[in-house]
Ligand binder design. Structure first.
Ligand SMILES: Nc1ncnc2c1ncn2[C@@H]1O[C@H](COP(=O)(O)OP(=O)(O)OP(=O)(O)O)[C@@H](O)[C@H]1O
Ligand SMILES: [Mg+2]
Length: 594
């Protein structure tokens, strides 16, 4: 094979694959700089000067020289031999070969068909620089051979004139200029579109006119080499373009998909893959609708068929389940992509992630509701407070008196009911106000284990009423968070009360624990062995007024107050439950550094 006589930037010995890789990788940085300038960069189709040699066997060369001395004409191949060689050459060259390999393969064929000729190839790039020199002999002189020349007769034999074709870097001479200082020779242009991309030259040892057949053989192989070099360049450029566009898409912050006529995903960028949690391989080729939740498909189908039929479509919003839970709310704008014949070939959907915006909107709606509720509650509390306090105070007084006077049990019971009910109403109105109005008290450093201990004391009544055993496990007694103590009490009172309500009378086991999660979070967990929460219900329990406790028993505000308080503390709450086995609520609060 080739013998390296010089080394370019990439070196001649790089394998084709390594070479391609290096070219793509190496161009990345430039690409992004170029992109700024708005010019779409294409790779250099040539490399800095590379030189090589296709060796002619010294034995064969000696034989030929001897023949020449004896006046025997040079061997000329039959047309069958030429055809066979060209066919086998075309079978063996592949789009993945680089220029040096293509040149070498062609020179080898010419050398085999036309022994005893000295061959050379020079390639020039679009800037006019000679980028590759190949010689079958005298490789040491390749260094000097860095000017490309073509003779006017050489051009004319191929029906070209210097005026009709671009020839940057190629000097047009009136007569053939030998590269090896041979007495005779001829040259053939290599052409890429409207530009001379190189020159193939053939030279002879003696002054006899070249055999007529040489011109045609070399002409055919020059054509084949021109088109192989051109295909290689187009291939490299389109690979580069594909790679470049892929990078541009991947860097886009918006999810982008291109969907074919059978609704198959053809292109999906990184943002899209992240949202769906699918690997690129799993995404490409998949029916796009199957990526969307089932109940969304029917709604979105018309938008796609419109776009596929070239009609304009409205944007649509979809909810895509995220791999790690939750849903992404994406608004897609879709447009038809036309093929070369003007028909719709595919549809491009460019999304905008609205998840955060929608969540904020929900929160605004929620706060508006709360504000209204707060005003209402404040009014109600105001109106109720005085009469209720009277009811509470006087009924308690009457109850005490009845007990002291030994009134009938039935009467005592009725009075006790009045006291209890008045307290319930007071508690409810207080809850309502807390729920709707955020606390204005400033947060302090509080010990989480202390808050839990105190909450247990406040819940003593419900704990003993249900016969619950309480176990406490605090990983770090001194763990501190920043919060409003009264509100944090409410969180744990609500959770403990709910747990007591859910557990079997006399057999309840309540576990209260705290632990650190990394440096950032303190997690407090409230675990019970109660009835658990059915799967379908778990999403609803934090909603205001959601209760399963029946009329007059629960108002369903407890957990929504808990959630609001935790939000105000930059914390969160999660729940896991197995029906029949129990429930665990985990409260996460940011750890406070003292
Ligand atoms: N530990 C638990 N085990 C089983 N179910 C629970 C538990 N905690 C809450 N729930 C369910 O969640 C619902 C809502 O709880 P939440 O505390 O918000 O309201 P409530 O307890 O019904 O009424 P309120 O707390 O306002 O008196 C409860 O009715 C119950 O169905
Ligand atoms: Mg409750």
């Amino acid at each position: 094979m080739s013998e390296t006589v010089g080394r370019g930037r990439h070196g001649d010995t790089l394998s084709n694959q390594e070479h391609d890789k290096e070219e793509l990788d190496g161009s990345t940085m430039d690409d992004w700089e170029e992109r700024e300038s708005g010019r779409l960069p294409l790779p250099e189709s040539r490399h800095p000067l590379r030189k090589g040699r296709v060796p002619t066997g010294t034995h064969l060369r000696a034989q030929i020289l001897e023949r020449i001395q004896r006046g025997i004409p040079l061997p000329v191949p039959s047309s069958d031999e030429v055809l066979g060689a060209v066919l086998s050459l075309n079978r063996n060259i592949s789009l993945l070969m680089d220029e040096a390999q293509l040149v070498e393969a062609h020179l080898e064929v010419i050398r085999d068909l036309l022994p005893g000729r000295r061959l050379s190839v020079k390639l020039v790039d679009h800037t006019g620089a000679v980028t590759l020199v190949y010689r079958t002999e005298d490789p040491s002189r390749a260094e000097e051979a860095t000017t490309a020349r073509i003779s006017r007769p050489g051009l004319e034999r191929h029906s070209l004139t210097p005026e009709a074709i671009d020839h940057p870097g190629v000097e047009v001479t009136d007569r053939f200029t030998p590269d090896y200082a041979s007495p005779v020779g001829f040259d053939v242009p290599l052409v890429d579109g409207d530009r001379i991309s190189g020159v193939l030259a053939v030279e002879y040892y003696d002054a006899a006119a070249p055999p007529e057949a040489d011109l045609s053989v070399v002409g055919q192989l020059a054509l084949s080499l021109s088109s192989a070099l051109r295909n290689g360049r187009v291939m490299r450029e389109s690979l580069h373009l594909r790679d470049y566009l892929g990078k541009v898409l991947d860097h886009a912050n918006a999810p982008i998909v291109v969907i074919g006529k059978r609704r198959e995903v053809r292109v999906a960028n990184r943002a899209m893959l992240e949202i769906t949690g699918l690997a690129r391989d799993a995404m490409i080729g998949r029916d796009f609708l199957r990526i969307l939740p089932e109940d969304e498909r029917a709604r979105i189908l018309p938008a796609f068929s419109n776009a596929l039929h070239g009609r304009s479509t409205k944007d649509f919003e979809v909810q895509i389940p995220r791999p790690k839970g939750g849903v992404a709310r994406i608004a897609f704008n879709i447009a038809s992509v036309l093929g070369q014949n003007g028909e719709v070939e595919s549809v491009i959907a460019i999304g905008k992630d609205l998840t955060e915006l929608r969540n904020l909107e929900d929160q605004v709606i929620q706060s508006e509701k709360l504000a209204t509720l707060g005003q209402l509650a404040a009014g109600v509390v105001h109106e109720l407070n005085n009469p209720l306090t009277s009811i509470s105070v006087y009924s308690e007084f009457l109850l005490k008196e009845a007990r002291e006077e030994g009134a009938p049990a039935a009467q005592e019971q009725k009075l006790a009911r009045i006291v209890e009910s008045a307290e319930r109403i007071l508690r409810f109105t207080r809850d309502l106000v807390t729920y709707a109005r955020p606390s204005t008290e400033a947060p302090h450093a509080v010990s989480i284990s202390e808050v839990i201990e105190q909450s247990v004391v406040f819940c003593e009544h419900v704990i003993s009423q249900h016969g619950v055993t309480v176990t406490k496990r605090f990983e770090d007694h001194d763990a501190v968070i920043l919060g409003v103590k009264g509100q944090l009490h409410q969180v744990f009172i609500n959770l403990i009360t709910n747990a007591c309500h859910a557990m079997p009378l006399g057999a309840g086991a309540l576990e209260l624990s705290t632990r650190a999660e990394g440096d950032e979070w303190i997690v407090a967990s409230v675990h019970d062995n109660g009835s658990g929460i059915p799967d379908g219900m778990i999403d609803g329990i934090f909603e205001p007024f959601f209760s399963t406790k029946g009329q007059g028993k629960g108002t369903g505000l407890g957990l929504s107050i808990v959630r609001n308080i935790l939000r105000q503390h930059a914390g969160k709450i999660t729940v896991s439950s197995a029906p029949g086995m129990g429930t665990t609520f985990e409260v996460m609060l940011p750890a406070h550094r003292r």
